[in-house]
Write a protein that binds this ligand. Sequence first.
Ligand code: AMP
Length: 284
Amino acid sequence: MSNDIEIVRTVADLRQRLTAWRQDGLTVGLVPTMGALHDGHFSLVEQAVQSNDRTITSLFVNPKQFGSTEDLDVYPRDEATDVAALAARDVDLLFAPNVEEMYPDSAVTAITVPGIGDVLEGAFRPGFFTGVATVVAKLLIQSLPDRAYFGEKDYQQLCVIKRLTKDLDLPIDIAGCPIVREPDGLALSSRNAYLNAGERQAAPALHQTLVSSGDALAKGAAVAASVSAATAELLKAGFTKVDYIAVCDPASLEELEKVSGQARLLAAAWLGKTRLIDNIAIEI
Ligand code: AMP
């Protein structure tokens, strides 16, 4: 049984629905997405539905977070399938604005989160986190949910969003949700659709390498040696380029030269034209 889902495309309509819910004293959860939904997204949705009276999913492929050489034009889009899947999971409202609604008059204001937004992904994708932070800040302000849900799949993004929420005094609880993986360990991602058969076979090596590297660190291996070994392992497995493998403080994302206590091991690497990211928690 699926419930009815309402699709709204303007901020004004979104606010009207939210005002009514607030007047009825209902709590609201928001799950921002770029569509092409999979079980990773659905795990966020299910948590939101469980913990809130009403759940909104947003679907917006945000041009501001794509570089000029990136995949904006070919990014997978299938709104009808996404809507049916969200309705089946009891989502109440889909907010699916177009670019003009989200950025009227070519809006110029941007949110930048220096430091935590400049390293790792930020270093390899200049402007990416400004694009993410700007659109997420807008979505949060437009809907003012009680809680908003983000996946640890994009771990740095989660850290950036927690930071901006705190810095901008947004009264919203940011919930991080665990990574959903294929049985072979590959983290679910809309971009996995780009992988050809050979690349798909090689792809789980990213997670396997993180796990083996984490084990080596736990046994006392040095960070630099573990990172070099992991890089070599990925290239041997068929990855064509490694952007980074880094051991970081789990909150500040500062790179660590030595690990004691909790850390996050993060990586980005290419299989042909497809760039994959992944991360795991480690504790020593
Ligand atoms: P996206 O549509 O790629 O912008 O992702 C929307 C949200 O889903 C983000 O908060 C992602 O971190 C989250 N997400 C994407 N893939 C996964 C996954 N495999 N496991 C958990 N969360 C995910």
